[in-house]
Design a binder for this molecule. Structure first.
Ligand code: SF4
Length: 340
């Protein structure tokens, strides 16, 4: 069952330098209990996409439709949106310190989140806060509930934020780069925790990250964004093993992928200005497979593989099987050339 259905979402900001087209015609959906990974470099529009749905993109001009449990988040008034934020949609951001107030005990902060949405006695909310700390793996929750944020390590603080985000058992958890500020071991623990809570609460999750490796074990489907547009969408295995868009290929080449041997190589160049986007395909100045038409014609999202309904790519390259082999041969030749 579809929980969130976003159609033609566009987000723009007026600035002194011109209009920033942060998101252009993004459409995607998330089913109840499923995880969508949204992946792209910094500036690809992935965070603004979810912020705009929740009324958190200040000063943005937002258009399109975002149906959540039968109501359109884009046209919803701010009081109703506030009720949905926290209660039906939980949020976890990169830096737990932005979500926690340094002057208040963590138990009080979690309890206040509960009291803002539920008419229960304070004592009940505080007991629930203690239970939640235990649920997210904080040792000795009855003691730690009285601690302040600075008394927790970075990973433990992120667990506290997750406890706050799931306090009201939301149908959807949005986690925006939840592990970026953490070391690799803690990162894996936090992802494992999100996976466990998702199963326990049957939550849908939108996991936003710049690192395709982060969604490898957790996402059911993946949407890759570039310059404010979705450029490839598919189930996780298709993205990892049969991706089509050269940008997705570039992201995969820049991370180690389990079961695959390849040299790590960054994507050359940097993402374009969202005020002056390149003509045609926005990726063309960085694409090693660029063709003439790429410089003038913007490729729409097109179905790639007749056998995989939901595999779409915004690229003019053919979808035939030989294309993948040609690309692999080109990558191999290039890496051999760079070794000589
Ligand atoms: Fe590269 Fe052209 Fe595909 Fe854009 S449309 S990704 S420039 S091949």
């Amino acid at each position: 069952m579809t929980l969130l259905d976003v159609q033609n979402l566009s987000v723009a900001f007026n600035t002194a330098d011109g209009v920033v087209k942060a998101v252009r015609n993004a459409s995607f959906s998330v089913d109840a209990g499923q995880t969508l990974g949204v992946v792209g470099e910094s500036g690809s529009g992935k965070s603004v996409t979810v912020q705009s749905l929740l009324g958190l993109a200040r000063g943005a001009q937002v258009s399109g439709q975002a149906m959540f449990n039968g109501a359109d988040l884009i046209t919803m008034n701010s009081a109703d949106l506030r009720q949905i934020r926290g209660a039906e949609i939980g949020l976890v951001f990169q830096d737990p310190l932005t979500s926690l107030h340094p002057h208040y005990r963590v138990g009080k902060q979690i309890a206040e989140m509960i009291l803002a949405h539920q008419d229960v006695p304070k004592r009940v909310a505080l007991n629930r806060a203690t239970e939640l700390l235990g649920q997210v793996g904080i040792p000795h929750p009855k003691l730690r509930v009285n601690d302040y944020p600075h008394q927790f390590s970075g990973g433990m603080r992120q667990r506290v934020v997750i406890a706050m985000a799931i306090a009201l058992e939301p149908a959807l958890l949005i986690a925006d780069e939840p592990t970026t500020a953490l070391d690799v071991t803690v990162q894996a623990q936090i992802l494992e925790l999100i996976k466990k809570l998702q199963a326990e609460l049957n939550m849908a999750v939108i996991l936003i990250t710049h690192d395709l490796g982060v969604v490898a074990d957790i996402a059911d489907s993946v949407m890759v964004m570039y310059a404010g547009r979705p450029v490839e969408k598919a189930d996780r295995d298709t993205i990892y093993y049969r991706s089509h868009h050269p940008y997705t290929g570039g992201l995969l080449e820049s991370i180690p992928v389990r079961g695959q041997q390849h040299d790590l190589r960054p994507i050359p160049g940097s993402p374009p200005s969202l005020i002056n986007l390149p003509s045609g395909c926005s990726f063309h100045p960085r694409c090693r497979f660029v063709m003439d038409r790429c410089r003038t014609e913007l490729p729409p999202l097109m179905q790639v593989d007749a056998g995989v309904d939901a595999h779409q790519s915004a690229c003019w390259l053919p979808a035939s099987g030989s294309w993948w082999e040609e690309r692999q041969a080109m990558i191999l030749a290039e890496s051999e050339g760079s070794r000589r």
